[in-house]
Design a protein around this ligand. Structure first.
Ligand SMILES: [Zn+2]
Length: 257
């Protein structure tokens, strides 16, 4: 993979470009991808996810041109903390599923809604699981999957309001969209959404099987931490806290059955 370029708007498809924020980390990979959408020759743009409250990143976004609308993929701070700085700089309306992020009068995002903006038709697809409020945005040739499908590795189920059952359903919905380009919230774009969703589904089934087997060894009342130490031994310890969140979601899923 090429070294990621920070601070430079990089065109990915005819209508989508990415501005990578400089907030790399174990969960953000190279950093947060802020997506800038516009039809060719359109003089305004839609921003998906302002990213963290990073003055340089927000200033670069605001300098791109007219931004009447900002869409939020989900509630996590590495996607949303920059909202107010971007609104201050652009006057944009902000729309989201979750409360707390709306600015202006655009209202909540609804599943199946088609937004016409920046010369594009952007369809909202509810894809809960990573968090309860996660959505994807469907373009003609690509899908913005945020943290539901990442450009590298696999995602975490947030045990606060995420759900593995919802997540598996969301992956099946995304797989049903066929082989479109994946524009993820972190990491590089991928050529084939159906293939990526299939790979994620297989990975989840594999982890579930490992957790089932771990419970046979550790006993049904094993703590999430014990399960992590058993199942995620192959994963960097820096990620164990996040893994614990996923394991809680897996245990909830298995205990529900
Ligand atoms: Zn997230």
């Amino acid at each position: 993979m090429n070294h990621p370029a920070y601070g430079e708007l990089r065109p990915v498809t005819e209508s989508a470009s990415v501005l990578l924020c400089h907030n790399p980390g174990p969960l953000t990979l190279d950093g947060t991808n802020t997506w800038v959408l516009r039809a060719p020759r359109c003089d305004e743009m839609v921003v998906v996810d302002p990213g963290p409250d990073d003055a340089e990143h927000i200033a670069r976004l605001a300098a791109l041109g007219r931004i009447p609308l900002v869409l939020i993929s989900h509630r996590h701070g590495d996607h949303t903390d920059g909202i107010d700085a971007l609104v201050d700089a652009t006057g944009a309306t902000v729309r989201s599923v979750g409360s707390g992020f709306l600015r202006g009068l655009g209202g909540y995002l609804r599943d199946g809604e088609v937004i016409e903006a920046a010369g594009l038709r952007i369809r909202v697809l509810a894809t809960p699981g990573h968090t309860g409020d996660s959505v994807s945005f469907v373009l003609d040739d690509a899908v913005l999957t945020a943290d539901t499908v990442l450009g590298r590795g696999t995602t975490v189920i947030d045990d606060e309001d995420g759900s593995l059952a919802d997540y598996l359903d969301s992956l099946r919905r995304l797989r049903g969209l066929g082989s479109r380009i994946v524009l993820p919230g972190h990491g590089p774009e991928l050529p084939d959404l159906a293939a990526a969703a299939e790979m994620y589904l297989a990975h989840r089934q594999e982890r579930l099987e490992q957790v089932r087997r771990a419970l046979q060894v550790l006993g049904d009342d094993a703590t999430p931490r014990q399960v992590v130490e058993h199942v995620y031994a192959d994963v960097d310890e820096k990620l164990w806290q996040a893994a614990e969140s996923s394991v809680r979601a897996q245990l909830a899923y298995l205990r529900r059955d």
